[in-house]
Design a protein. Structure first.
Length: 86
């Protein structure tokens, strides 16, 4: 599981419900989005791995994720490029 903010996700959202149900703990979370983007923790290491992302909709993180996805898609020739502007 990948989250935008571990402490907030453990209090509210899907991770909170999984913890309350005893299905997982906060330590089961692989990384935060910031850790993956910064390269301090790996994202998926193979196509067989499945990523679940729990987000509360922090706009700056949503934008960062969209920009990175667009960069990867453009590099792979998948879909039309997006134009992000201020």
């Amino acid at each position: 599981m990948l989250v935008d903010g571990l402490e907030q996700r453990a209090r509210i959202g899907d991770l909170h419900h999984a913890i309350a149900a005893g299905a997982m703990t906060a330590s089961d979370v692989h990384a935060t989005l910031a850790e993956v983007v910064a390269g301090s923790k790996p994202g998926r290491r193979s196509d067989a791995e499945i990523t679940i992302f729990d987000s509360t909709g922090m706009a700056v993180l949503d934008l960062a994720a969209a920009v990175r996805i667009d960069e990867l898609a453009c590099a792979r020739g998948v879909g039309p490029p997006c134009r992000f502007s201020a």
